[in-house]
Every structure is written in structure tokens, then in C-alpha cells.
Design a protein around this ligand. Structure first.
Ligand SMILES: [Zn+2]
Length: 376
């Protein structure tokens, strides 16, 4: 615990980094994976269960929460932590990405984005100033700058124009955020897959000055090879003494590759969403529990996993409850997937501290290449 927001880098191994972000609501061990709690809940999980998987921090979505139940209502009810019964750190996105992907009748101007709610058609406006105000009302510990990014592939002129707008919005976000001890504001680097634009964006953000820096505009359709291509240079453009957050990533191999390239924080709906569709992530790759091969299988999903799904239940049971549409199927598979992701992060933190990241990475890929256990 710390009265202020502080990042301590404890070890590096190649470009991989391990450290701790200290906040008044608790420490965040890095590299960190943040489960996504879109509508003030990580679907199918109690907050104490999320904590039991090893998560130090959750992500909340500004766009969803401002529309339902509303930021003012959450503030009246004591803020997002109290509302959802999670007393550890929360990072909120700015709403910028989701308003462009979910809202209706969007109008993008220098001022911000006006739009209609996808829920009830009501009219709203998101700007750097309103996004900062909403994230303040939610009580977010790590606030993200309001930004805009095009889906990839996009032509370079469009990416450049969008990045420069986001940098003007970053300055307005910084101004509107003000001075809030114990709370952090992160800038977001844009620039698509163009190194020069990424560099220009990083310089603009550093001139403004932030508590942390995100790499935005990736995992939006460019593919892993292009994403790793950007991560080969983008993290090093950002200050070494501040956390680096890769937004919306990703699959387990994306995460390992990103950490190996100097990323400290990530978030993704994949482990929780996949849990609800019958997909489990294991040390041996992805297991589709709906497949008939599991129907008579008394073995656990992953014998090396200590989660409740693997300790107490067989593949046959998990297969049955998924096929039967039972709620416990989502609960158990989500728990397992979140635990798998947190074990992965823990393994990387330990390996980086030991100077052993390359071997960890090789073992990770070898385990997946070996594939699932043979059918009964
Ligand atoms: Zn498990």
C-alpha cells in the first residue's frame, strides 16, 4: 500500500520487466493481467473469486457504466469499488474505443464524439472533459485519456490524422484530470503500425507527462505478426520508469510475446468470454469442452491447475453442464481461465526475476505444441 501512485521496476530480463505499481488501494504486481468487469461485474464471478484467481486489478468500461446504471448514480452509491464490492485497484477505459465500436449515429468532431446509446437510443456526448468527469465519478484508480483510433488496416493519412487528434485530446484530458493524489492518468500512444507516427505520438505524450503510458490501437484486426512488429519498437519509445499498458490483449501467446517486448499491463475479455462459450485455456493449448471426446473423461481439465474447476470436477462433468446450459458451466470455466491467465503472469514474473524468461517462453510454447492429453 502507498499513499501515492508509484511504479517500481524490480527486475529486467532482456526487454521483459517485472515490478510493482503501488496505489492507495493495494499493489499491482507486473506484468499484470486485468480481468474485464464491463458492467461492474466480471461475468459469472464473485469479486472475491476474481481475487482468488490472483488478480490485483480489474478493468471497468466507462462507455457501458455511463449508460447503465450511470456514473452519477454510481457516485451517489459510493463509487464503483463499493458498488461492485471490489476494494482493490480499478482501471477504467475512456469510453473512446467502445463508443466507436458500439454506439449508434456517432458524430466525431474536434470537441469529442456525440452518439446515441445502443441500449435505449438516448443522446450522449463523450469528450476529454466528460470522460475525465465520468471516470472521477466512478472513482477509478487508473484513468485513461480519451482517444480515438481507426480499425486497421487504415491508410496512413487517416491514422496520422486520428493520432494527432488523440494527442490534442490527451492534453485536454491531462488538463481536465487536474491534480488527484493517489489516482493516476495514463496517456495512450497511437499511430497504427507506422513507426514514425508511433514516435511522434510518444514524444507528444511525454511532453504532456503522464503516470503511465498505454500502447493503443493494436489488436484491432492487424494480426499477431503486425502487432509484434509494432511492439518490437513501441514500448521502448515510452518512459522506462513508468508502467506500459497494452490495451485489449490478448490470447496467451500474445501476452507472452508482449511481455517479452517490454509490456507491463494487459487486459482482455478473452478468458471470461471464452469461459462462457466452452473454451478453456490450458498449458497444452485450448480445450473445447463441448467436444464429445470429453463426455466420459474422469480427468481434470488441467492436472497442473489448482482452480476449483480442476480440483473438484472432471472433464465429463464440465462437458455435461456446458451441454445442459447450466450456469455453473460459465462459473467454473471462467474461474479456470482467469486462474490460467494469472498463473501465466505469475510464472513470467518469477522467470523475469530469476533471469529465466527465455526458458519460460520456450517451455510455454513447447507445452502448447504438445497439444491436449490423448482421449480416453
Ligand atoms: Zn483450472
Amino acid at each position: 500500500m502507498s499513499a501515492t501512485f508509484r511504479f517500481t521496476l524490480n527486475a529486467t530480463d532482456g526487454r521483459a520487466r517485472a515490478g510493482v505499481i503501488s496505489t492507495p488501494r493495494g499493489d499491482i504486481r507486473t506484468p499484470a493481467f486485468m480481468p474485464v468487469g464491463t458492467a461492474a461485474t466480471v461475468k459469472a464471478m464473485l469479486p472475491e473469486s476474481v481475487r482468488a484467481t490472483g488478480a490485483d486489478i480489474l478493468l471497468g468500461n466507462t462507455y457501458h457504466l455511463m449508460l447503465r446504471p450511470g456514473a452519477e448514480r454510481i457516485a451517489r452509491l459510493g463509487g464503483l469499488h463499493r458498488f461492485m464490492n471490489w476494494d482493490r485497484p480499478i482501471l477504467t477505459d475512456s469510453g473512446g474505443f467502445q463508443v466507436m465500436s458500439l454506439a449508434e449515429l456517432r458524430k466525431l468532431t474536434e470537441e469529442g464524439v456525440s452518439f446515441r446509446s445502443h441500449i435505449d437510443g438516448s443522446r450522449h456526448m463523450l469528450s476529454p472533459e466528460t470522460s475525465m468527469e465520468i471516470q472521477r465519478l466512478l472513482g477509478s484508480d487508473i484513468v485513461m485519456c480519451f482517444d480515438e483510433c481507426p480499425a486497421l488496416p487504415a491508410d496512413e493519412a487517416r491514422v496520422a490524422e486520428s493520432m494527432r487528434l488523440s494527442m490534442r485530446w490527451a492534453a485536454r484530458s491531462r488538463e481536465a484530470f487536474g491534480d488527484r493524489p493517489g489516482h493516476a492518468l495514463f496517456g495512450i500512444q497511437q499511430g497504427g503500425v507506422t513507426e514514425e507516427l508511433r514516435g511522434e505520438s510518444a514524444e507528444a505524450l511525454k511532453a504532456i507527462g503522464f503516470d503511465g503510458y498505454a500502447i493503443g490501437g493494436l489488436a484491432v484486426g492487424e494480426g499477431q505478426e503486425a502487432m509484434f512488429g509494432v511492439l518490437d519498437y513501441a514500448p521502448d519509445m515510452l518512459p522506462e520508469d513508468k508502467p506500459r499498458y497494452l490495451m485489449g490483449v490478448g490470447k496467451p501467446d500474445d501476452i507472452v510475446g508482449a511481455v517479452g517486448r517490454g509490456v507491463d499491463m494487459m487486459d482482455c475479455v478473452l478468458p471470461s468470454r471464452s469461459g462462457r462459450t466452452g473454451q478453456a485455456f490450458t498449458r497444452r493449448g485450448v480445450v473445447n469442452i463441448k467436444n464429445a471426446r470429453h463426455a466420459d473423461d474422469p480427468r481434470p481439465l488441467d492436472e497442473d491447475c489448482a482452480c476449483p474447476a480442476c480440483r473438484g470436477y472432471s472433464r465429463a462433468y464440465l462437458h455435461h453442464v456446458f451441454r445442459a446450459g447450466e450456469i455453473i458451466s460459465s462459473m467454473l470455466l471462467t474461474w479456470h481461465n482467469l486462474r490460467y491467465y494469472q498463473d501465466l503472469m505469475d510464472g513470467m514474473r518469477t522467470a523475469i526475476a530469476a533471469g529465466d524468461f527465455a526458458r519460460f517462453e520456450a517451455d510455454f510454447h513447447a507445452g502448447r505444441a504438445g497439444g491436449d492429453i490423448d482421449p480416453i
